[in-house]
Ligand binder design. Structure first.
Ligand SMILES: *Cc1c(COP(=O)(O)O)cnc(C)c1O
Length: 390
């Protein structure tokens, strides 16, 4: 198998699993209990909180564990909306956010929120002048993702944070794809809230966090016990938190060499595809791009057929259509960067990991080239196109 879908999820690193195991078996105490035995669980949670806070330059008290990235996104938006209802109802976000943001915005719209969905340029970058223009006295929150999960584009987060700060507006960023992949500092970037998820960085699934800057007074998300400074009740997922901490520390320690290597392989793959396959377009910014993201559109091709053919060679990838819903609508992200429907339909996302090799990339591009040619040979559209060329 060749796994090139690391934006969907990653393999849990062996040392992460090893670190988690004792918290299922020997150290199963509830961190809230007072006896010494439970103290081990409590300490482990504190260590993980420190490991995670370090990655984004935060304090450990500002990290609130959740059950994943989606929950963190829901929390940031819903709680900010409720808390600032008295001040205003306007939220600014973008057209290319993850559904955890977009569907939460739709939910809030039904409850009286007014949402501005900013356009992006052809590379998927938010236009700062349009952001400034969208701000009104009613604006209570700006939420812009750090890096896009489909096309890999990295946003000018520091500049956006500055605009938010100058206008006294809260700034949230969905950093699920960026955490551990690109350097982040919440102070330098003026970030007030940040979402992240364990399973996107070789950690376990079902654990994430919301960073909430000290002094930001948003509502609790889950009511019950006093866990997470009374803001997110429920007995801690101790093994998950421990694994997440180890994964975060690991991602931080290896970031420089790992991403340098990934960038080299990524660009090699892009170069081969662009050179060897005709009628193809690279989606997303070629420079301001996640180290492991390749996203291309092949004209006259259905992304779904491409995926099935790749799968028959053991290659796992993702297409540009709404993956989870089983819907055949092209991705909202690809439409937002201006791709026509028919080209968006022929899109393919390949996301590398630290384990991806040059041999795997070569094998994948070889197969891709043949598959694309075979699929085009069966396409009446392509046939027409070629006839017209002659
Ligand atoms: C995966 C992802 C999420 C959702 O995270 P989960 O932990 O799977 O809920 C949110 N935002 C982005 C950008 C993602 O890539």
């Amino acid at each position: 198998m060749i796994y090139l879908d690391n934006a969907a999820t990653t393999k849990t690193a062996p040392e992460v699993v090893q670190a988690m195991l004792p918290y299922f078996t020997e150290c199963y105490g509830n961190p809230s209990s007072v006896y010494d035995f439970a103290g081990k669980s409590k300490e482990a949670v504190t260590t993980a909180r420190e490991q995670i806070a370090k990655v984004i330059g935060a304090k450990k008290e500002e990290i609130y564990f959740t059950a994943g990235g989606s929950e963190a996104d829901n929390w940031a938006l819903k709680a900010a909306f409720e808390f600032f209802k008295g001040k205003g109802n306007h939220i600014i976000t973008t057209k290319i956010e993850h559904h955890a943001i977009l569907h939460t915005c739709e939910y809030l719209e039904k409850r009286g929120a007014r949402i501005t969905y900013l356009d992006v340029d052809e590379n998927g970058v938010v236009k700062l002048d349009e952001l400034e223009k969208a701000i009104t006295p009613e604006t209570i929150l700006i939420s812009v993702m750090f890096a896009n999960n489909e096309i890999g584009t990295i946003q000018p987060i520091k500049e956006i944070g500055l605009i938010a700060r100058e206008h006294g507006i809260l700034f949230h960023t969905d950093a699920v794809q960026a955490f551990g992949q690109v350097p982040i500092n919440v102070d330098e970037m003026n970030i007030d809230m940040l979402s992240s998820s364990g399973h996107k960085i070789n950690g376990p699934k079902g654990i994430g966090f919301l960073y909430i800057r000290k002094g930001v007074k948003i509502r609790s998300f889950v009511h019950g016990g006093a866990q997470e400074r009374k803001r997110r009740a429920g007995t801690e997922n101790v093994p998950g938190i421990v694994g997440y901490g180890v994964a975060a520390a690991r991602a931080l320690n290896t970031m420089k060499e790992r991403t340098a290597r990934e960038i080299e392989l990524r660009d090699y793959m892009i170069e081969r595809i662009m050179k060897e396959i005709p009628y193809v377009k690279l989606n997303g910014d070629s420079v301001k791009r996640l180290p492991n993201n390749v996203n291309v559109s092949f004209h006259f091709i259905e992304g779904e057929s491409l995926l099935l053919m790749l799968d028959s060679f053991g290659i796992c990838a993702s297409s540009g259509s709404a993956c989870t819903s089983g819907s055949l609508d092209p991705s909202h992200v690809l439409l937002a960067i201006g791709l026509p429907h028919e080209i968006a339909h022929g899109s393919l996302r390949l996301t590398l990991s630290e384990e991806t090799t040059k041999e795997e990339i070569d094998f994948t591009v070889d197969k891709l080239r043949d598959i694309v040619q075979n699929l085009r040979n069966m396409s009446p559209l392509y046939e027409d196109f070629i006839k017209k060329q002659k």
